[in-house]
Ligand binder design. Structure first.
Ligand code: HEC
Length: 202
């Protein structure tokens, strides 16, 4: 039985080493095959501590304390709106949510970035084109506007890693993708009862 256990451990270790090597090789391929163009510079390929932890090869044991610390750091770094007002204008928020431009090499950096929310979420039920990587946010306003709800939603938009360390959603505030005003407008788009997000389809 002991020999079998040692044998299994050896196989697991060997396959982890192979996967770690493969991850390094993939990193090298990316470095060699990308070229900087306009605002899309090579530093885009550098991973921060969260991305490094979340990109660990499958099966690699991760230190839970380290993950909890990383998440707590992200939560501590969230900047709430300076004036305590979370809600802007849902009409402007609709534009931000539907705009998929920004940060790509072909985009004009003098134009405001979009949030591209529809790439991953259903929002207004009248909009037929949406992605399904994230959950549907239709009817989100039914959750109300308590302080807890406002803070939760703001934090999720500011830095999704503060709640879900390896979330696939962009870190709109923490990465400077959206401005504070744009975030407020998107908040209103989600939470204002008058927003199309909160209108039932006929
Ligand atoms: C690349 C895909 C992606 C984009 C773009 C994206 N999200 Fe998400 N979002 C997700 C995923 C995946 C989840 C669920 C998993 C998680 O919590 O990270 C999520 C979760 C959420 C949640 C929490 C849902 C809940 O039930 O509490 C909210 C709110 C949200 N997104 C709003 C937005 C808004 C607003 C935008 C645009 C400004 C946006 N997202 C853009 C992928 C995305």
């Amino acid at each position: 039985m002991k020999a079998l256990t040692v044998g299994v451990t050896t196989i697991v270790m060997a396959s982890l080493a192979a996967r770690t090597m493969a991850a390094d090789e993939i990193g090298a391929v990316l470095q060699n095959s990308f070229v900087a163009k306009n605002q899309a510079t090579m530093d885009r390929l550098e991973r921060d501590a969260v991305q490094t932890a979340c990109s660990a090869p499958r099966g690699m044991p991760l230190d839970n304390d380290m993950l909890a610390t990383l998440r707590a750091e992200r939560l501590d770094a969230v900047v709430l709106p300076a004036d305590g007002q979370y809600l802007g204008d849902w009409q402007r928020g609709a534009e931000v949510a539907g705009n998929g431009r920004g940060l790509q090499s072909s985009d004009d950096p003098t134009q405001p970035n979009g949030g591209n929310c529809y790439a991953c979420h259903q929002l207004a039920p009248s909009e037929v084109a949406y992605g399904t990587l994230g959950p549907s946010l239709t009817g989100y306003g039914a959750r109300g506007q308590s302080e807890a709800m406002l803070q939760y939603t703001w934090t999720k938009l500011w830095d999704t890693h503060a709640y879900n360390l390896c979330s696939h959603m962009p870190r709109f505030g923490a990465q400077g993708i959206l401005t504070e005003q744009q975030l407020k407008d998107v908040m209103a788009y989600l939470l204002d009862p008058a927003s199309p997000v909160n209108q039932a389809t006929e």
